[in-house]
Design a protein around this ligand. Structure first.
Ligand SMILES: NC(=O)c1ccc[n+]([C@@H]2O[C@H](COP(=O)([O-])OP(=O)(O)OC[C@H]3O[C@@H](n4cnc5c(N)ncnc54)[C@H](O)[C@@H]3O)[C@@H](O)[C@H]2O)c1
Ligand SMILES: O=C(O)CC[C@@H](O)C(=O)O
Length: 392
């Protein structure tokens, strides 16, 4: 039977093309095998027990209930870095737009007509003088895929850059230049910066990272950018800081009734990752990750399960999603031994309260595999058992 991929939001065709029609359908079934999404709020969207995986084309996964999904035996993936360049380029453009009145200048120039148009524009341009970003200080909160690129690009443009990321991965620590000064604490970074840009995930811990307390620490007339998520910056406090003329501008990708229309707030409609390149990258990466998981059980770029990659060389593979409790491997392998099944290869890895076991075995009659699957599912802590046939 073919596997059905259900999509939400606009998914680039190049991503859908990753699924060969001999094996897959797209949006054809009420009971899809996997979901391919972008910003769809999965907290409010029911996904059935049949859904083996959800791939988010993009970075942020706060729109997906990760624990609930894991308890359902649903592996959730994202596409790290797929849209990071798009966000980086937009932030650089916005840094300039925040200090050069390009938009109002262009709107004004559009209205200036007549025989003396060049005279009038030359005369009027004085109203549109700006400042430069070179030599100014940019604070980058979060030095992951987006933040590390923003930091590097800003430094290349002659900005002084200070980074802050207490949880930086080894991979990104290597990528970020060792010339980049890093603050140990947010409170050290904020008073030094003319611009502060935030590139961190929305989590319980990061909710309200920037409140009145942090805003008060910022330099007078600094400009704050939030291209991460709504909720990381406290909007009430930002409006107060702007009205008190302490903060100069707030530039964000996340609109809300509290901030829309404020003269010192520039809002874009969540377009940080909206370029053809980023949408293609994300869709292709998400689709490839899904295919790998559906066809081999191997897990890469998951946000609720460990990375598990084992070459699929035997005729049959059994994958088990289970709670991370003692003696699971013992109980699983005992069942196989009792059924007289020899194990060719196996791997077990855990992440938090969940774990994943992959066992490769020889060819078995279909009924025996069915019985084995049932027996394994009888272990109370086992959430999902899949049997994959190797198509060599
Ligand atoms: N506007 C958009 O369209 C758009 C596009 C891409 C990403 N995003 C948002 O930006 C976020 C970051 O994207 P990314 O691709 O760089 O993710 P990433 O996972 O590569 O990097 C996030 C970094 O933030 C750091 N971090 C976490 N909490 C922190 C904190 N309290 N202080 C400082 N650093 C902290 C992590 O250690 C990590 O290095 C995403 O989670 C998403 O919400 C938005
Ligand atoms: O899907 C999008 O356009 C937004 C993606 C972005 O917010 C992300 O978290 O990667």
């Amino acid at each position: 039977m073919k596997m059905d991929i259900k999509t939400y939001n606009v998914i680039a065709q190049q991503g859908l093309d990753v699924f060969p029609t001999e094996k897959y359908t797209v949006n054809q079934s009420q009971k899809p095998t996997a979901l391919l999404i972008r910003s769809q709020d999965m907290h409010k969207t029911h996904f059935g027990t049949n859904v083996l995986a959800i791939a988010r084309a993009g970075a942020g996964v706060n729109n997906i209930p990760l624990i609930e999904a894991a308890n359902n035996g649903t592996v959730v993936f994202n596409t790290p870095g797929s849209n990071a360049n798009a966000v980086k380029e937009l932030i650089i453009a916005l840094l300039v737009l925040a200090v050069r009145p390009v938009v109002p200048a262009a709107a004004w120039a559009k209205k200036v007509v007549g025989a003396d148009v060049s005279l009038q524009t030359e005369k009027g341009k004085n109203h549109f003088a700006g400042t430069e970003i070179q030599g100014k200080t940019l604070g980058v909160i979060g030095l992951g895929n987006v933040g590390s690129r923003v930091a590097q690009a800003a430094a290349n443009l002659g900005m002084r850059v200070i980074g802050y990321d207490p949880y930086i991965s080894v991979e990104h620590a290597w990528k970020v230049s060792n010339q980049l000064p890093r603050a140990e604490k947010l409170a050290q970074l904020l008073p030094k910066c003319d611009f502060v840009t935030i590139h961190i995930p929305y989590t319980d811990k990061n909710r309200d990272l920037i409140t009145a307390k942090e805003l008060a620490l910022m330099k007078d007339q600094a400009i704050l950018f939030n291209y991460s998520r709504w909720g990381i910056v406290n909007e009430d406090d930002v409006v107060v800081a702007l009205n008190q003329k302490h903060l100069r501008k707030y530039v964000t990708d996340f609109s809300s009734n509290k901030i829309v229309g404020h003269p010192k707030i520039m809002i874009t409609p969540h377009i940080g990752g909206t370029t053809q390149e980023a949408e293609t990258n994300g869709a292709v990466m998400a689709a490839q990750t899904l295919r790998k998981y559906l066809e081999t059980g191997n897990i890469v770029n998951s946000v609720n399960f460990p990375t598990v990659e084992m070459p699929f060389e035997s005729p049959v593979r059994m994958t088990m999603i289970h709670q991370n409790v003692p003696n699971m491997v013992g109980r699983i392998t005992t069942i196989l031994a009792n059924d007289d099944i020899n194990i060719d290869n196996m791997i077990n890895k855990s992440r938090g309260q969940f774990a994943y076991t992959v066992i490769d075995i020889g060819q078995q009659p279909a009924e025996q595999l069915e019985t084995l699957q049932k027996e394994l599912l009888e272990i109370p802590e086992v959430i999902r058992v899949r049997v994959l046939k190797n198509e060599f």
